[in-house]
Design a protein around this ligand. Structure first.
Ligand SMILES: [Mg+2]
Ligand SMILES: [Zn+2]
Length: 207
């Protein structure tokens, strides 16, 4: 499923996981209603800074609550629109949102760590995944990105659960706080785009 704002043409993109990155994970539960959608501290400011790069910003999210019968697609669309609107008021425009609605046992091709949604978005927006980043908080995000040569950046709640450094975190750049997210993401984009001048913030729209 996808809701997209508009088509744009860019090589690089910023892919973003939702739960645990944009909104707080709910312990053993899903976000089934807008009232349960709580932004992670500092993420709105961080996303606004990232928006100053003027790259497509695309949500990539597993939402198995749909496959489990807990959430209707229209309800997810409602939550997505509210999130979209809130971010838009901040000056952050998301280009699109891609969701996998399946349960893990359905063995679909689109649930992260499968990279299918990244591939779809890359085709839809003419994105070069090897010049792009995916901001996520779990091993599924890191693995999905790495499967297609996209560069993972770790940020969010999934990390706090990992006191040690498991194998999947090795060599993955980490933003320990929302304040660090912009710099870590830009650094990663610059490494993915050697010699490019495209990845520089539009200074006028940065705070
Ligand atoms: Mg997550
Ligand atoms: Zn799926």
């Amino acid at each position: 499923m996808i809701w997209s704002r508009e088509q744009s043409r860019n090589d690089s993109a910023i892919f973003i996981d939702r739960d645990g990155v944009i909104n707080c994970r709910r312990a053993d539960d899903y976000v089934l209603d807008w009232s349960q959608f709580v932004f992670v501290e500092g993420i709105r400011e961080a996303l606004r800074e990232l928006a100053s790069l003027r790259l497509p910003m695309i949500l990539i999210s597993n939402q198995s609550a749909i496959g489990r019968g807990l959430l209707e697609p229209a309800e997810l669309e409602g939550i997505t629109k509210r999130m979209w609107k809130t971010l838009e008021q901040d000056g952050t425009l998301l280009s699109a949102a891609y969701f996998c609605p399946h349960r893990p046992d359905e063995k679909c091709v689109c649930r992260k760590p499968q990279p299918e949604l990244l591939k779809q978005a890359a085709a839809d927006f003419a994105i070069d995944l090897t010049r792009s980043v995916l901001i996520g908080d779990s091993d599924a995000d890191v693995k999905a990105a790495q499967a297609v040569g996209c560069h993972p950046v770790l940020f969010g709640q999934g990390l706090t659960a990992c006191s040690d450094s498991p194998q999947w975190m090795q060599d993955v750049p980490v933003a320990r706080s929302a304040k660090d997210l912009f710099e870590v993401t830009v650094g990663t984009l610059q490494k993915a785009n050697p010699g490019a001048t495209a990845v520089s913030p539009d200074v006028t729209s940065r705070r």
